[in-house]
Design a protein around this ligand. Structure first.
Ligand code: GTB
Length: 214
């Protein structure tokens, strides 16, 4: 039986592939696996039935072969481990997993901090003063990531689940705005977006959004 992935019935990103089911869909497409979706409204996310799958009432979730998972990173890791999206050499495999963590725990927090300041605290008196500091923190991470990538195609030589998580983080709007200053990162994201599996996953989430429009 195909895995089941919970997704937004109508994603607020309007099909731009910014919601976190994108990484899961992409990992499944990279591993050539079909899957079913469970589209959920915001109200359905908060039901006891969904919270039994995702304690915080969010998407995505994943169910397959008796495994029920939440957290996009954990889901991508599970798919990667069972479907060859990690190197076989144990040291290289550990490095690829380290990049999955780096994406969500080193790069993403500075992005989220800046997004929150603009989207949720834009009207607060302190925001104008904080923004340059938040942007500087974000740039520090992007500078180091660009220096690491330099002329590499992927974070550790061959494409892996680490790249899936990192590219999904770099596609967030707060980074997209700065990409003009980071040609190495822009080329990295473009390379990833050109992968057939990325295109399939993107088209599938867009089709879901369009279906929600009727
Ligand atoms: N750490 C969890 C994971 O990685 O799985 C975070 C999951 C999460 O944040 N899910 C969000 C959600 O379900 C959707 S992805 N939110 C509903 C809720 O909390 O009630 C975050 C997201 C939402 C919208 C956009 N957008 O519109 O651009 C982008 C990303």
């Amino acid at each position: 039986m195909n895995p089941i992935v919970s997704v937004f019935a109508a994603s607020p990103d309007r099909g731009r592939g910014l919601a976190r089911d994108m990484a899961v869909r992409w990992a499944l497409a990279e591993s050539g696996q079909g899957y079913e979706i469970r589209p959920l409204s915001f109200a359905e996310l908060k039901t006891a039935q969904h919270k039994a799958r995702q304690p915080f009432g969010q998407i995505p979730t994943f169910e397959a072969d008796g495994v029920s998972l939440f957290e996009s990173g954990a889901i991508v890791l599970h798919i990667a481990e069972t479907h060859g999206l990690l190197p076989t050499d144990h040291a290289a495999r550990a490095r690829a997993i380290a990049w999955m963590f780096a994406a969500v725990s080193t790069i993403e927090p500075v992005i989220v901090e800046r997004e929150v300041a603009v989207l949720l605290e834009g009207d607060k008196p302190w925001t104008a003063e904080r923004l340059p500091m938040l942007e500087a923190r974000l740039r520090l991470r992007l500078d180091d990531l660009a220096a690491w990538l330099n002329e590499k195609n992927w974070l550790e030589g061959e494409f892996s689940a680490g790249d899936i998580m990192m590219v999904c983080v770099l596609r967030r709007p707060a980074v997209a705005l700065l990409m003009g200053d980071y040609p190495v990162l822009a080329a990295y994201v473009a390379r990833a977006e050109a992968r057939p599996a990325f295109r399939i996953a993107f088209a599938e989430q867009l089709a879901r959004f369009e279906a929600s429009r009727g």
